[in-house]
Each structure stands twice: as structure tokens, then as C-alpha cells.
Write a protein that binds this ligand. Structure first.
Ligand code: 13P
Ligand code: ZN
Ligand code: NA
Length: 272
């Protein structure tokens, strides 16, 4: 099934897909093993910087052959595409989905840039996500501009996107204080837009709030920092404990821990 159909189905059924960022083969295999173990479907996300690190052709080939090898239904998605040329390259090369992120631009400019990508993606029949409002980025200011329901409605109608990332109290990276998602706002936006709603910044959000977010209309949940964190903390500890230079024996513990984290998250999200 196409991702855009799956997400809209989720919207009507009150379910959500987990979208996990991956950075290399180990984190990719970790998230796929977690999906396999929990019998879940999944979205595999690459940020612009991960594409720069791995290379677009290799990243695409790696993700699509790995999902096949693991026998998992997984869609490949570009996360936070700010470079229009790169977004188009991802569409050309066969991604299932792209996010065009012009959320830092003024409303009209965001509509114009997003519409350009929707038009470009049309003949490829892929999912297009965009962002409205402002979800703060790792290490940056904590300013929060919530997504307004009326603007969301207008934005979705003018652009024709399938999925909308909304600013409802989450932020990228870990939190200083426990976040408080605006559940009523999610519900209001869900009621007035046709698009599937996306929650960014899920690392650090307590399980009960993630479940409540899904109940109120979130259909895609983005997870990155917690995966990176557990992988690197485990790897760092392993490197302290061994001087083994066989990397194939050094990585698996970190991969296993990342797998356990994502499997847990999938179980949390899959609960009705
Ligand atoms: P976290 O890093 O907080 O999990 O956010 C992930 C995200 O939104 C990726 O787009
Ligand atoms: Zn994000
Ligand atoms: Na977060």
C-alpha cells in the first residue's frame, strides 16, 4: 500500500505509524529488527545530513534492500527536506515519501514552496509531508509557535499535501522539563484538516502522552534522538570495556539496545 493511503487509513482508524531515523547500517537493521519482532510496519527516515553522510544512491539502495531482506513493510521517507533540489532528487530516485520543510518561511512562502513539491511529486504518486508552525530544533532556541487549526486547514487545502507536521508542544531532542502536548489542539486540527497529522520530536515524550496523541489524531510519530542516544551510549561503554578491533563484534550490543528501544516504542504506539 502507498504510504499516503496507509496514513489516511490510520487517520480514520485512530492508529499511528512510527517513523524512525537511521544513520548507518547498524541503526537501520536495529529498527527493522524491532519492526519484525513486534510484527509492525514502519517508516524509515533519512535527514538531509544522513543523506550527505551515506550518499543518496547508497542510502536508498541500503534501505530498500534491507527492508526486503528483513521482510518488513517499511516506507522510505526524507525527513525535514529544506533543500528543494535534494527533495526532488529523493522523489526522482524512488523514495516513498518526502517532507518539504519550509516552516521557517512566512506562511505564503511556505505554501508556495510546498505546492511546488506537491506538483512535482504528483506523477510519482508519493506521500508529501510539510510543516506548519515551528517545532524547535536540537540545541536551538525554545521558541514555540503552535499550529493554528484555521491556518492548518487553509495550508492543507492550498497545497494538497497528504501529511502535516504540527507544532503542538513537542521539540526535537531531549527536554529540560517533561513536555506537555496540547491534546485539544491536536484534536481541533485533526477535525478541520484532511491530512494525516505528524508528531515530531517524540524523544523524551512519556508513553502515556504518545498514546494520548494517537487517540487525538496523530498518525505518524517521528523518533530520532532516543535511537542515536542509546546506540552511542551502549557503543561508548562497549569501547571502554574492550580493545577488540573487530567492528562486527563491537557494534551488535549497540544495535541490540537500539532494537529493544524501538520495539518498546512500537508496543507503546500499537496499543489502542
Ligand atoms: P526527536 O529527535 O526528538 O525524536 O525528534 C525526531 C524528529 O522529529 C525527526 O523529524
Ligand atoms: Zn522532526
Ligand atoms: Na524530542
Amino acid at each position: 500500500m502507498k504510504l499516503q493511503q496507509k496514513l489516511l487509513l490510520n487517520k480514520t482508524e485512530g492508529k499511528a505509524l512510527l517513523a524512525t531515523n537511521f544513520y548507518n547500517f547498524e541503526t537501520l537493521s536495529a529498527v527493522l529488527m524491532a519492526a519484525k519482532e513486534t510484527d509492525s510496519e514502519l517508516i524509515l527516515q533519512l535527514s538531509e545530513s544522513s543523506i550527505k553522510y551515506i550518499g543518496l544512491r547508497v542510502a536508498k539502495a541500503l534501505a530498500t534492500s534491507a527492508r526486503e531482506q528483513y521482510g518488513v513493510t517499511a516506507w522510505l521517507h526524507l525527513d525535514h527536506g529544506q533543500n528543494v533540489e535534494l527533495v526532488k532528487q529523493c522523489i526522482d530516485i524512488g523514495f516513498d515519501s518526502v517532507m518539504i520543510d519550509a516552516s521557517e518561511k512566512p506562511f505564503d512562502e511556505n505554501i508556495r514552496i510546498t505546492s511546488e513539491i506537491v506538483k512535482y511529486a504528483e506523477s510519482f504518486d508519493i506521500n508529501v509531508e510539510a510543516e506548519l508552525g515551528y517545532i524547535s530544533k536540537l540545541g536551538q532556541d525554545q521558541k514555540m509557535i503552535y499550529t493554528q487549526p484555521e491556518e492548518a486547514k487553509q495550508f492543507v487545502e492550498s497545497t494538497g499535501i497528504n501529511a502535516l507536521a504540527i507544532a503542538v508542544g513537542s521539540a526535537h531532542g531531549f527536554y529540560k522539563n517533561t513536555p506537555k502536548l496540547q491534546l485539544d489542539l491536536i484534536k481541533e486540527i485533526n477535525a478541520v484538516t484532511d491530512a494525516a497529522l505528524v508528531l515530531h520530536g517524540s524523544s523524551g515524550i512519556p508513553d502515556d502522552q504518545l498514546q494520548a496523541a494517537v487517540k487525538n489524531g496523530i498518525t505518524k510519530i517521528n523518533l530520532a534522538t532516543e535511537i542515536k542516544n542509546i546506540f552511542m551510549k551502549t557503543l561508548q561503554a562497549e569501547l571502554k570495556a574492550t580493545d577488540n578491533i573487530d567492528l562486527r563484534e563491537v557494534f551488535p550490543k549497540a544495535t541490540e539496545q537500539a532494537k529493544n528501544l524501538v520495539a518498546n516504542k512500537l508496543n507503546v504506539i500499537n496499543i489502542k
